[in-house]
Design a binder for this molecule. Structure first.
Ligand code: PDD
Length: 286
C-alpha cells in the first residue's frame, strides 16, 4: 500500500481524507503538477515548482508550502514508497470552507488542500512505445481559454483519450481554428526538413516543462526550432512528429488520423531528442 501526503501528514492511502466540500472536488478549483522520478531522483523539479507557483498566482490561490518544503515532501514520498522510476502527482486546491459557494472563501481563514502521491513505473524511460511510436487522431479543442494554467479540469482531455482509444489510436491532438494546440496531456511537434515546429506559448497551451528543456537542448545541439502554429494537414505531410511531457519525455508520433508520418516509424530527430533529453535530465536530476 502506498504512503501518500495530505496537509502535513504521511498516511496509508486508505486513511487519507479530504472534505466532500473541497473546492477541488466540487468545482475543479485546483491545480496540479506531475514530476517524473528516474533512478530515485526528481526530473526538472525546479521547473515544475515554478509553474505551480505561476498557476497559483494566476488563480489568486494561496501557496501551501515553500520550495524547500515541497522538495522535502517529494523526496520523503520517493523514500517511503521505494520509488526508483515513476511519477509524483501533486495537487493544490482552494480548500474547503465547509459548504458550497461560487464565491472564493476568505484565504485568511480557509487553507489550501495539498495532496501528493506516487505512481511507481519501473522502466519508465524504456517505454517500448518510444521504439514503435504512437498513433494520434485530430479532435476539436473545446477547452476553456486559460490552458496555460495547469488546472485539474481534465474531463475533456480524458474524453479525448477515450475518443482516441475508440478509433484504435493512442492519443489525440486538439485542433482550434484549423491549427493544432497540443496533445491531451502533452505538447505537440512536427519536423519538416531540418526544422522542428511547435506552437508558440500563449494562453492556448500549457507551457510544458519538458517542452522548455527539449527546445533548449535542441537549440544547443544546433537544431532549428520554429515556434508557431501548424495545421493538422501540415502535420500529416511532415517528416516526423512527436510529443513531450513529464511522463512520456519525448515520444515519437508515427500516424495521424491513419496517415503514416514520414516512414511510419520513429524518425531521427525525435529519437535523438529523446536520448539527449533523458541523458541531460538524469544528469541534472535532484
Ligand atoms: N500533462 N499539455 C498538457 C495539456 C498537459 O496536460 C501536459 C502535461 C503537457 C506537458 O507538460 P510537461 O512537459 O510540463 O509535463 C502539455 C501531465 C504529464 C499529466 O497531466 O499527467
Amino acid at each position: 500500500m502506498r504512503t501518500v501526503y495530505v496537509n502535513g501528514d504521511y498516511l496509508p492511502e486508505t486513511e487519507a481524507r479530504v472534505s466532500i466540500f473541497d473546492r477541488g472536488f466540487l468545482m475543479a478549483d485546483g491545480v496540479y503538477e506531475v514530476t517524473s522520478v528516474l533512478g530515485g531522483k526528481l526530473i526538472d523539479f525546479a521547473g515544475h515548482i515554478a509553474r505551480l507557483e505561476r498557476s497559483l498566482r494566476e488563480l489568486d490561490m494561496k501557496k501551501p508550502a515553500v520550495f524547500d518544503d515541497l522538495l522535502e515532501i517529494h523526496r520523503e514520498l520517493v523514500r517511503l514508497n521505494g520509488i526508483g522510476d515513476g511519477l509524483i502527482y501533486l495537487q493544490v486546491t482552494r480548500g474547503s470552507d465547509g459548504d458550497r459557494d461560487f464565491v472564493f472563501p476568505d484565504p485568511e481563514t480557509t487553507e489550501p488542500t495539498l495532496v501528493l502521491f506516487t505512481q511507481s513505473k519501473p522502466g519508465l524511460a524504456d517505454n517500448p512505445a518510444a521504439r514503435r511510436g504512437i498513433k494520434v487522431i485530430g479532435i476539436e479543442d473545446i477547452r476553456w481559454g486559460r490552458r496555460d494554467i495547469k488546472t485539474v479540469q481534465l474531463l475533456y482531455p480524458s474524453m479525448g483519450k477515450m475518443m482516441a482509444q475508440k478509433a484504435g489510436a493512442d492519443d489525440a491532438w486538439m485542433i482550434e481554428d484549423g491549427h493544432v494546440t497540443e496533445g491531451t496531456s502533452n505538447n505537440a511537434y512536427i519536423v519538416k526538413g531540418n526544422r522542428i515546429v511547435t506552437r508558440q506559448l500563449s494562453h492556448d497551451i500549457l507551457h510544458g516543462i519538458t517542452r522548455a528543456a527539449v527546445l533548449r537542448m535542441a537549440r544547443e545541439a544546433q537544431m532549428q526550432v520554429e515556434e508557431r502554429a501548424f495545421s493538422i494537414d501540415e502535420a500529416k505531410a511532415a517528416d516526423e512528429a512527436f510529443v513531450t511531457s513529464a511522463s512520456a519525455f519525448v515520444m515519437p508520433v508515427v500516424e495521424i488520423d491513419g496517415v503514416a508520418i514520414g516512414e511510419g516509424r520513429p524518425g531521427p530527430v525525435a529519437t535523438r531528442l529523446r536520448e539527449i533529453y533523458l541523458e541531460e535530465s538524469r544528469k541534472a536530476a535532484i
